[in-house]
Design a protein around this ligand. Structure first.
Ligand code: ZN
Ligand code: CU
Length: 481
């Protein structure tokens, strides 16, 4: 038999969590055609893995890649670590729709996607999807529409709840987005432009999700002292709208809340008995978002990831910048704004407890447009495989892979993805389990992972020998449950 692509001598970790097995993988077109002993067959292109791992392509459960897919379609930060599908539009922030000229200056945190505003140029969600389809990226994507984007599009005063009439308009934009292919709505109730939104505003805006079984994904209002109240609010929204919820980057923030991941997880488990809930996590004790004095005050260390006012300070520690300027940290922040920060304010044992939980997916939460980004942008997945799986033994390789593939595909409704089986899409990551690791660090955050041999999306090789191949076979995926 002849295949388009034949992967020989693979140790197959199939994404289900089942033990690995040896075999060859024959690919025809965009699908896995055969798995087994294919010694008698040949391939147009052949890759001999000599016992190294073939796994489903990783699905990044939490990204802000809405614009990167258009402005950096090789998707190097993602495919270099084995990611073949990204969930974009998280934390209330989506690039579309923007039915009016985006107010200037771009409201944080929307400026994480583009601080100039020119990319917020899609009046409808359909226009954005059409551009993604016309100029595909190297990875697949599934898209969320952001509640904060809708607020910025419709409200003139973000410090107030939306009026009944404004909710009707936001709801119409949600319907349009879902029709155009979005799989859910995200909120960022934690962030300034959405804090004034009461729970009822979110519920009423999200109503159209019910008919299409869309997802409600949330960067919760409070991940610190009020984490249980925020979980309660999230579950209420899921129940009242009648849809599954995704808790984005589950964490417990701040010194005073150390250890409370146990309480949060048991509260989540209790509620899982009566409604559909899942969560993702990034494998680091530092988070990253727009720079603010509040967030800096609750962190043990802050690195400035970008500054529009003073770009030369990107990559430096805030306390060192303040010393150089001869001012307080608050004053330094004022001078740097608009800017981004990397905040060290999570406890390692909480991060590990959340990562270890059987229902936790891996998401990078990488910020692709930061000058000196958090290393999770390039390193989240290999860090789980290298540091947490191989070095610390937090879980098996099969479980690690499941958390980034099969589990994620099931939760997001990405049919025939996230598994290596005959008939599934040929999204594959080929890697060396002994070598795979992050190369990105806080000091040098832009670096491709080690140990990734090749990455395949819809049957096309997109990354090989440490560089992008130029192939851009990515598709906009629907949610099919
Ligand atoms: Zn977030
Ligand atoms: Cu995020």
């Amino acid at each position: 038999m002849n295949f388009d692509l034949l992967i020989r001598n693979a140790s197959i970790v199939d994404g289900s969590g089942a033990p690995r097995f040896n075999g060859d993988i024959g690919i025809r077109g965009d699908r896995i055609d055969r798995i087994g002993d294919l010694a008698a067959s040949s391939g147009e292109v052949e890759i001999d893995l000599a016992g190294r791992i073939a796994a489903p392509g990783f699905i990044d459960a939490h990204t802000h890649d809405d614009r990167l897919m258009l402005s950096g379609p090789d998707m190097a930060p993602k495919v270099s670590q084995g990611v073949t599908t990204v969930i974009a539009g998280n934390c209330g922030i989506s690039l579309a729709p923007m039915p009016r000229a985006i107010p200037q200056p771009v409201t944080p945190p929307l400026n994480l996607l583009d601080d100039q505003g020119g990319w917020f140029r899609f009046p409808t969600f359909a226009a954005y999807v059409e551009e993604l389809r016309g100029k595909p990226a190297a990875t697949n994507c599934a898209l969320l529409v952001g509640h904060t984007t809708l607020r910025v599009a419709i409200l003139d005063d973000l410090e107030r709840p939306a009026s009944a009439a404004q909710i009707v308009r936001m709801r119409a934009l949600v319907s349009e987005a879902l029709e155009a292919g979005a799989i859910g709505v995200s909120t960022g109730l934690f962030y300034e432009p959405a804090i004034a939104a009461p729970t009822e505003e979110v519920i009423e805006t999200c109503r159209p999700l019910k008919d299409v079984d869309g997802l409600y994904c949330t960067h919760m209002r409070d991940e610190a002292d009020g984490v249980i109240d925020s979980l309660t609010e999230t579950f209420r929204i899921g129940r009242e709208v009648g849809v599954a919820v995704v808790i984005s980057h589950l964490k417990v923030v701040g010194e005073a809340n150390r250890g409370r991941s146990a309480e949060a997880l048991s509260f989540i488990e209790k509620n899982m008995a009566t409604q559909s809930i899942c969560m993702d996590c990034y494998p680091y004790t530092a988070g990253s978002t727009v720079l603010s004095a509040d967030r800096a005050a609750s962190s043990s260390r802050v690195i400035v990831s970008w500054s529009k006012a003073l770009p030369e300070y990107a990559g430096q520690d805030l306390d060192a910048i303040a010393r150089k300027m001869g001012v307080s940290e608050e004053e330094a922040i004022r001078r740097l704004l608009p800017a981004g920060g990397i905040y060290f304010r999570l406890d390692e044992s909480d991060v590990q407890r959340i990562l270890r939980h059987g229902k936790t997916m891996i998401g990078s939460d990488g910020l692709p447009h930061d000058a000196s980004p958090h290393p999770r942008l390039w390193g989240a997945f290999p860090r789980v495989l290298g540091h947490y799986c191989r070095e610390l033994g937090l879980f098996s390789l099969e479980t690690s892979v499941h958390k980034m593939t099969g589990l994620t595909a099931r939760n997001f409704g990405l049919r025939d993805r996230g598994v290596v089986k005959e008939g599934a899409y040929a999204d594959l990551t080929l890697f060396d389990a002994d070598k795979v690791d992050e190369a990105a660090t806080y000091a040098a955050p832009i670096a491709p992972a080690r140990g990734i041999d090749a990455v395949i999306v819809n049957g096309a090789v997109v990354w090989r020998d440490g560089r992008p191949t130029g192939a851009r076979p990515g598709r906009v995926l629907a949610r099919l449950t």
